[in-house]
Design a protein around this ligand. Structure first.
Ligand code: SF4
Length: 219
């Protein structure tokens, strides 16, 4: 069997594949390195490891609490595995994800629970679920649902369906088209991003030291 290997030593996937949380830091502007996403989507790589068990316990506990509250408000609630999203883009990229909760009552609502501090990518993640759910017709939902973020510190953010506008969809499509291209985008190394990158040990572009400072002629 012919196996294609890329310069980072990774094995090519049969088809490009993107998990929702790989793309949301780029959509939110928290990450800039599209080279990372291109490699992640087109080549298999070892993950950074399973989620720690204490995180899983905290997440499941918060999820159960939120699901209970929604049921008490009259929603039918679908959780995690029942909410699997698998969509294929026109360029042949599979985009997959799994919202924590889809609450059914009228237009529907997608809810994600977060045990950490609020981040911009959390909102982008919910926006992406909002965009994908009606495309798949998940649980019969045909319109963009409301979104909701619930944090362990008690903070709650409601996200209107109108946030999923043409501009947002165009950003997602642009990234999926980039992933489908046979040519990788240029890397965008930065200390901030490279140190958490799964390709840190493989990537020849990784930045691990601050760049040399240039003497300013006016300081
Ligand atoms: S190590 Fe840095 S430059 Fe290389 S893929 Fe990761 S983020 Fe991009």
């Amino acid at each position: 069997m012919k196996v294609s290997v890329n310069p980072l030593g990774l094995t090519k996937r049969a088809k490009p594949y993107v998990w929702v949380t790989w793309v949301t830091p780029l959509l939110a502007g928290e990450d800039q390195c599209k080279f990372k996403l291109w490699n992640q989507a087109n080549f298999s790589s070892k993950s950074n490891g399973d989620m720690p068990s204490d995180w899983l316990v905290k997440h499941q506990s918060l999820l159960s609490e939120v699901a209970y509250g929604l049921r008490s408000e009259g929603y039918a609630v679908e959780e995690e595995d029942a909410n699997a999203l698998h969509l294929k883009t026109a360029a042949g990229v599979t985009l997959a994800g799994k919202p924590d909760i889809v609450a059914l009552n009228g237009q529907g609502m997608v809810v994600d629970v977060k045990t950490g501090k609020p981040r911009a990518k959390d909102r982008a993640q919910v926006n992406l679920y909002q965009a994908l759910i009606p495309s798949q017709g998940l649980h019969g939902i045909s319109q963009v649902p409301w979104g909701k973020l619930v944090y362990a510190n008690g903070e709650v953010k409601m996200i209107a369906p109108t946030e999923v506008d043409d501009r947002f969809k165009s950003s997602v499509k642009g990234l999926m088209d980039m992933v489908a291209s046979p040519t990788p985008p240029d890397p965008t190394p930065s200390l901030h991003e490279c140190r958490f990158c799964r390709f840190l040990d493989l990537c020849p572009h990784a930045q691990t030291e601050p760049p040399d400072a240039t003497a300013a002629d006016w300081l």
